[in-house]
Ligand binder design. Structure first.
Ligand code: GLN
Length: 200
């Protein structure tokens, strides 16, 4: 099984390193040809507007949308979550998403005081200790369709905001497991989503 990591902008190298530490072959994907050669795709953290604009410029926006719609396993962290959403609140002009998860996300949702923070999170499907979650100008899920499973939420001012969600073959987290040294979210993606879908 080959997992691609979208390498237009953002922390794709950290995702590749995390997947490599799990013994998974992973590849930087920038072109349609490279996309064609992978079975699954990770969309990294970074700047979702920039990734969106580069994806359009590189002609890979529509091919990614199509692969996701056809059921390709996909995981997005932070900017990657924004890019997998159906609708973006506070989107930059001309910002587009790939879709894949029936969620509306709010960009930079946590506000100035907690712009960036770390938290221990219980994530459904991840056994053992809570996950060390690093949030950097992160989005949260404002609303989700009935087919979306919420795997983790953060409580802010008595309100619960989903920060890890799954819909079929698509997984997204507001936080960055690729920089925390904890590979359990990637392991979950590989074992629970990629391997069953790809059959390897
Ligand atoms: N705030 C960024 C955006 O809107 C996401 C930040 C991140 O990926 N750490 O794209």
């Amino acid at each position: 099984m080959k997992i691609g990591v979208l390498a237009l902008q953002g922390d794709f190298r950290e995702h590749i390193a995390t997947l490599t530490s799990l013994g998974i072959d992973s590849y930087a994907v920038k072109t349609v040809e490279e996309l064609t050669s992978v079975d699954a795709l990770v969309i990294p953290g970074g700047e979702s507007t920039t990734i969106s604009k580069l994806a359009i410029a590189f002609g890979i926006m529509e091919p990614i949308r199509l692969r996701i719609a056809q059921g390709m396993p996909v995981y997005g962290s932070c900017a990657g979550m924004i890019l997998l959403s159906k609708k973006i609140i506070d989107a930059a002009s001309e910002q587009e998403s790939f879709g894949g998860i029936d969620i509306t996300v709010r960009r930079n949702a946590f506000g100035r005081q907690v712009d960036s923070f770390e938290s221990k999170l219980v994530v459904k499907g991840i056994p053992g200790e809570p996950v060390q979650a690093i949030f950097i100008r992160a989005p949260w899920v404002e609303s989700a369709g009935v087919d979306v499973e919420v795997l983790a939420s953060v409580e802010i001012d008595g309100q619960s905001h989903p920060v890890a969600v799954r819909q079929n073959n698509a997984l997204a987290t507001s936080f960055h497991p690729e920089i925390s040294g904890d590979s359990r979210i990637h392991r979950y993606f590989v074992e629970e989503i990629c391997q069953p879908a790809v059959g390897k």
